[in-house]
Design a protein around this ligand. Structure first.
Ligand SMILES: [Zn+2]
Length: 88
């Protein structure tokens, strides 16, 4: 018999993934550093959405600035129309 002393304690104490698996129960793989899930359940670097929901912005048509600009243009057009009506 070997006299090798196993030191797997810290490894086993690491946080676990816990994702729901297809065969019911929770995933027992270690979670990636700084993340809650393992490398196979969305913990790998580069995965997941960027901060501040930047994916939601596609064209900027509904940004606060763009909407304010359109509102200003509409107000200006309304005034111009009123002015033209007054000239008749
Ligand atoms: Zn996992």
């Amino acid at each position: 018999m070997s006299d090798h002393i196993r030191n797997a304690g810290p490894m086993l104490a690491s946080p676990r993934c816990g994702a729901k698996t297809r065969t019911s129960g929770a995933c027992r793989s270690p979670a990636v550093h700084g993340r809650k899930r393992c490398r196979m359940h969305g913990g790998s670097p580069g995965s997941g959405a960027p901060k501040a929901n930047r994916n939601a912005r596609k064209h900027g048509l509904f940004t606060r600035d763009a909407m304010a600009e359109r509102k200003q243009i509409q107000a200006l057009l309304g005034e111009a129309r009123k002015l033209l009506e007054g000239m008749k």
